[in-house]
Design a protein around this ligand. Structure first.
Ligand code: GDP
Ligand code: IMO
Ligand code: MG
Length: 427
């Protein structure tokens, strides 16, 4: 029987999705990215080698594994080629044989990046803290129906006229509002042409391939990017990304029917991190937060920005369970908590004088929520080589059990280090 699993970040991104995808990929026929773009940075560590995937699905670390980039992804052709070269330099072979890209995916253009950065600058202290990769402006154009799809690369005169049309508006914004130079269509064509020429052979009908796989009882693994609370609709708006990061995005962003998604695994760190602006009730602006950042190596995979760190927020997780229909949890970075006398879990918030179990719906309501903590005993042992639940200290097991109880679903995968092998799979 066909089995399709979706990997979803249950927090604000960087939960360790890359590691979990890599670990599971060997049992799947195809690994698919269905939203986001090169704002993502997914790390995979195998036998002392580390790969960072931004646009290319993490499954590519398995030689010969077929990977798809779906219609819901926004793709910067220049960034794609740089990633291709970087990964090829590390010995990964990436060809149309193991990577196929949907013609319906939208292209990030130079003006999207300029607008992203100019807007952030003009927002001053109220900036979102975007990655500056043009993600938001590209999705805006998709919704405004003036976007450029990858299929347009196959018809140069059509591509030229679409860019020309888009530039009328973009130049008015860039020059009129942000005091920048106007862009010329010829310069843009010249800038992207070498990259688009390299990309064209990767274009394919991935929907068709997925349907064929489904009929044969094949297995597809969907690699979510970002995290549930960065979702454009359900995240901490406006401090979010511009795509649907929740499980529904796997269907709309690839063309698979939602009922064919059989399991949905929510990835959560054993604590919480966030990059960029926005409310974060359990954030630790003290030595404990600094310790998590240092021990956990919490610096952006792509941008190098220090990540904000705090205790595990189970209110955020509860919301992720219901928004995504999570069937199970994979918990990463449990090893980072080792050595603490006690560990806290936020089980509820006090908001406007009330005890609440789910995030408030008002814009920025989370900024006014005060966490209610349960304090649990910590553990001292180094758990990096634990390969079964029995080898974990009893207080670490109790910590996991508490989270399972709050979420109402089992934690089936526990990660105790970055390497593929440092993983406990519960039977
Ligand atoms: P993603 O965006 O969700 O794929 O996560 P990132 O790759 O951005 O960030 C996760 C970081 O944690 C990476 O550096 C991983 O190598 C690392 N990592 C993943 N799982 C574990 C773990 O269990 N323990 C430790 N110490 N590091 C981990
Ligand atoms: P992965 O897939 C963490 C954050 C940015 C910013 C906000 C909007 O590695 O988990 P954008 O450039 O998307 O418009 O930025 O979203 N953000 C991420 N944070 N992990 C990510 O991806 C992220 N992708 C975007 O920091 O706050
Ligand atoms: Mg990341």
């Amino acid at each position: 029987m066909s089995m399709n699993i979706v990997i979803i970040g249950a927090q604000w991104g960087d939960e360790g999705k890359g590691k979990v995808v890599d670990m599971l990929a060997q049992d799947f026929d195809v690994v698919v990215r269905s939203q986001g773009g090169n704002n993502a940075g997914h790390t995979v560590a195998v036998d002392g080698k580390t790969y960072v995937f931004s646009l290319i699905p993490s499954g590519i670390a398995h030689p010969g594994k077929r990977c798809f980039i779906g219609n819901g992804v926004v793709l910067d052709p220049v960034a794609f080629c740089l990633e291709l070269d970087r990964l090829s330099g590390q010995g990964l072979r990436i060809t149309p044989h193991n990577l196929a890209i949907s013609r319906k995916a939208h292209m990030i253009m130079p003006y999207h990046k300029l607008l992203d950065q100019a807007r952030e600058k003009s927002r001053g202290t109220s900036k979102i803290g975007t990655t500056g990769r043009g993600i938001g402006p590209c999705y805006e154009d998709k919704a405004a129906r003036i976007g450029i799809r990858l299929a347009d690369m196959e018809n140069e005169s059509l591509l030229y006229s679409k860019i020309e049309m888009a530039l009328k508006e973009k130049n008015a914004l860039l020059a009129g509002l942000y005091g920048q130079q106007c862009l010329r269509v010829e310069d843009i064509m010249e800038e992207i042409r070498p990259a688009t020429a390299r990309m064209i052979p990767f274009l394919a009908d991935i929907q068709d391939e997925m349907e064929e796989l489904w009929k044969k009882g094949g297995k597809i693994l969907f690699e979510g990017a970002q995290g549930t609370h960065l979702d454009i609709d359900h995240g901490t708006y406006p401090f979010v990304t511009s795509s649907n990061t929740i499980s529904g995005g796997a269907a709309t962003g690839s063309g698979i029917a939602p009922w064919k998604l059989t399991r949905i695994i929510g990835i959560t760190k054993a604590y919480t991190t966030r990059v960029g602006s926005g409310p974060f009730p359990t954030e630790l602006n003290d030595a404990a937060g600094d310790r998590l950042r240092e021990q956990g190596g919490e610096f952006g995979t792509i941008t190098g920005r220090p990540r904000r760190c705090g205790w595990l927020d189970a209110v955020v997780l509860r919301e992720s369970v219901r928004l995504n229909g999570l069937t199970e949890i994979a918990m990463t970075k449990l090893d980072v908590l080792s050595g603490m006398d006690s560990v806290n879990i936020c089980t509820a918030y006090v908001y406007k004088g009330q005890h609440i179990l789910y995030p408030p719906q008002e814009e920025n309501g989370l900024a006014e929520a005060t966490p209610v903590y349960d304090e649990l005993p910590g553990w001292k042992d180094n758990i990096g080589s634990a390969d079964s639940m029995e080898k974990l200290p009893s207080s670490a097991r109790a910590y996991i059990r508490k989270i399972e109880d709050i979420c109402g679903i089992p934690a089936k995968i526990i990660s105790v280090g970055p390497d593929r092998k440092q993983t406990i799979i519960k039977s």
